[in-house]
Design a protein around this ligand. Sequence first.
Ligand SMILES: *[C@@H]1O[C@H](CO)[C@@H](O)[C@H](O)[C@H]1NC(C)=O
Ligand SMILES: *[C@@H]1O[C@H](CO)[C@@H](O)[C@H](O)[C@H]1NC(C)=O
Ligand SMILES: *[C@@H]1O[C@H](CO)[C@@H](O)[C@H](O)[C@H]1NC(C)=O
Ligand SMILES: *[C@@H]1O[C@H](CO)[C@@H](O)[C@H](O)[C@H]1NC(C)=O
Ligand SMILES: *[C@@H]1O[C@H](CO)[C@@H](O)[C@H](O)[C@H]1NC(C)=O
Length: 354
Amino acid sequence: MLLCSLIWGLLGVLTACQASCGDSTHCLSSNYRIDVHSHVVPPVWKQAMISAGYPVKNGTLYADGFPVPDWTLEGHISTMDSLGINYSTISVSAPGVFFVQDPTRAKSLARSINLLLFSYARAHPSRLGALCLLPLPFVNEAVDELKFCLDSLKFVGVGLYTNANGTYLGDSALDPVLSALEERNASVFVHPAAPGCTAVTLGYPIPMSEYPFDTVRAMENMLLSGQRAKYPDLKMIFAHGGGAMPYLATRISGMASLAWLGGLSVTESMAQLAGYYFDTASAASALQLTALKSFIGADQIVTGTDYPYVPFAQAEPALAAIKTNGNFSTRDMCHINHRNALEVFPRIKRILGI
Ligand SMILES: *[C@@H]1O[C@H](CO)[C@@H](O)[C@H](O)[C@H]1NC(C)=O
Ligand SMILES: *[C@@H]1O[C@H](CO)[C@@H](O)[C@H](O)[C@H]1NC(C)=O
Ligand SMILES: *[C@@H]1O[C@H](CO)[C@@H](O)[C@H](O)[C@H]1NC(C)=O
Ligand SMILES: *[C@@H]1O[C@H](CO)[C@@H](O)[C@H](O)[C@H]1NC(C)=O
Ligand SMILES: *[C@@H]1O[C@H](CO)[C@@H](O)[C@H](O)[C@H]1NC(C)=O
């Protein structure tokens, strides 16, 4: 605590220690904001998608039927400043690298991107923390890469996708990855990806409703396959308010209790499905936050913007509306702004010296 006060004192924010979440164990002011859901768009990744045949229309690259935004590191930091975001974890959005169908090439592209993520975070150590990109569905390569990111480069966490080329979280093929993550007490951010059967989108952008459904599918598969029960302590964030999970959890738990689906206890299934952290990206309306608050509570909601896919003009009012739309107390907002994120990412605490 003394060291902590000294550090922040030197930075001229000594008073923040007294003004923290209503107790004195913490140094950050209640509005210190951590965005767990922001993306980088490295040029090498864009180029690889173009080479792999992702469509470019009128000069704009599309992935999953959605334009891949322009991005620069400087723009990322200045947007954080404008949004009042103190610290962001940075990850690569879907489709990751799973369009690369060869393990050696997938690993090499993931490695290039991870080295860039490392350089971005190193350029702004008090503002950015990198989440490792894994070359899934290639499991051995993915385990190697997560060791490199977490053990050698000291990334703050790992990014996963709901599925990688059709291999879903919950698939026992991914056990070596989850086991290596659990051994390291790693922090995991799960971003949705396109499902295998994109015909059901009726030609609309996949992120609109297929991303939320894929998020449900991943958690549902982890429940029914028993994988979450095998790795119960991994701290996992699911993006976009957990997709449709707050609304569907009781239905899924009810079905999972049927004898021929495994006869799981409804109470235990509900507890498992509510045992994740969910972020506020595209999930900041009163309707969504009321459901989130009721399902997981304020202590498992983390701030997310989805910048730059969600542009400043949408991210700003969404952040500003969280408190009112969720009818959250100042104490709750302290948790949603940064406390919960620091629970998930203890490495950020260490970096910030708190
Ligand atoms: C194509 O891009 C240019 C420049 O960005 C823009 O002015 C124009 O409206 C776009 N056309 C279509 C059909 O989207
Ligand atoms: C966090 O960001 C806010 C808004 O930009 C700023 O006023 C505050 O000083 C920052 N806090 C720290 C500890 O950097
Ligand atoms: C990716 O999915 C496609 C379509 O199901 C399949 O043909 C291909 O073998 C998969 N690639 C890998 C590396 O699993
Ligand atoms: C895992 O992280 C939590 C904090 O998030 C900490 O309480 C716990 O001691 C850690 N466990 C190990 C084995 O490092
Ligand atoms: C907001 O929360 C307060 C305190 O928990 C509660 O008394 C009040 O009824 C809530 N308002 C609404 C509109 O839910």
